[in-house]
Design a protein around this ligand. Structure first.
Ligand code: MTE
Length: 318
């Protein structure tokens, strides 16, 4: 999925609003419930899905975050997940994340800001109507999905707390509560899950805090009630169920970099030219497709984000 400037998008390449309205009807018809929904068994990575979404329909729409790529089937996006707080198997989050209570929920904004504070999620949403944007997420394990997210640009939230000139990075932290998140009773990762971005990455308009997907509230297994989406980076940067956003002077630790520094760097920009130590990053399988496709630099968002990394050796800083 590519995000292009509005002026460069042909009407035939834009997914119409009608498609999204019809998707909602489809979801309602299927009786899909949000958090903790009981869905049928997991599909394996790359397996052919049966319930395909409707093909995109051409139409005029000025939203530059729309694309002509066909969204991944909802069933795949909600049954094939990584969320180690609920188990390490791809099907565990869908089966176990129902134990997470997503209300009340607050997020602390701390560190290098003039006005640190805690915001209640509903209060945060009240002045906002989350925007719908379709982004492709690419995982290191060489599969990708195209998801219509509902979210709020992270920059809008950070700006409210008035970052100081010392704020060079943004650190994120997931809830730590082994009672609600049974996977945290095992030592598979160093809990809580943490992630980080450089401040310019965090303030980029492509970066959102997602509160929903496919026109509905975010299912628990996908990171309810609030998760990060950074579409030009590998999926592990998309930290779920966030309770703290901290602005910092120095580079914050990240869970997967701490776990396996040779395999997972801080930047984690999608880069077909840098192999993962155990496999190539050159090709990927779109969930729902059989034939592999070439992986694009920055996951197809090079026009928008390559300038952030000018002068940086991305083979060294992967
Ligand atoms: N966030 C938390 N808190 N815990 C996790 O285990 N897994 C990451 C990321 N965010 C993870 C997390 C990884 S490895 C991936 S690939 C994405 O979530 C998967 O997002 P999805 O399940 O919505 O596709």
């Amino acid at each position: 999925m590519l995000i292009r400037r509005a002026s460069s998008i042909k009407p035939s390449e834009i997914t119409s609003h009608d498609l999204f309205l019809r998707r909602r009807e489809f979801l309602r018809g299927a009786g899909w419930a949000v958090a903790g929904a009981a869905l049928a068994p997991t599909l394996a990575c790359g397996a052919e899905d049966e319930a395909r979404p409707p093909a995109p329909v051409a139409g005029a729409d000025a939203n530059p975050f729309r694309t002509d790529e066909t969204p991944t089937a909802l069933e795949d996006a909600t049954r094939y997940n990584n969320f180690y707080e609920f188990g390490t198997d791809k099907s565990d989050p869908q089966r176990h994340a129902g134990s997470l209570r997503t209300r009340p929920w607050s997020v602390a904004i701390t560190g290098e800001v003039a006005k640190p504070g805690t915001i209640d999620l509903d209060a945060l949403l009240r002045p906002h109507t989350p925007e719908e944007r379709i982004y492709r997420l690419r995982c290191v394990e060489a599969w990708s999905m195209v998801i219509p997210w509902l979210g709020i640009p992270l920059a809008e939230i950070i700006k409210r707390f008035e970052p100081s000139s010392n704020a060079r990075y943004v650190a994120f932290r997931t809830l730590l509560d082994p009672e609600q998140m049974p996977g945290q009773r095992s030592r598979v990762l160093d809990w809580p899950y943490v992630e980080g971005l450089r401040i310019d990455e965090a303030m980029h308009p492509l970066t959102i805090l997602a509160t929903g997907m496919y026109g509905q509230v975010l299912p628990n297994q996908n990171g309810a009630p609030l998760r990060l989406v950074v579409p030009w980076k590998y999926g592990f940067k998309s930290i779920k169920s966030i309770v703290e956003i901290r602005l910092t002077r120095s580079e914050p630790p990240t869970s997967w970099n701490r776990q396996a520094p040779r395999e997972y760097g801080f930047f984690a920009n999608v880069n077909p030219d840098v192999d993962h130590p155990r496999w190539s990053q050159k090709r990927e399988r779109r969930i729902g497709e059989f034939k592999k496709r070439a992986t694009l630099p920055f996951n197809g968002y090079a026009d928008q984000v390559a300038a952030l990394y000018r002068g940086i050796d991305l083979r060294k800083y992967f």
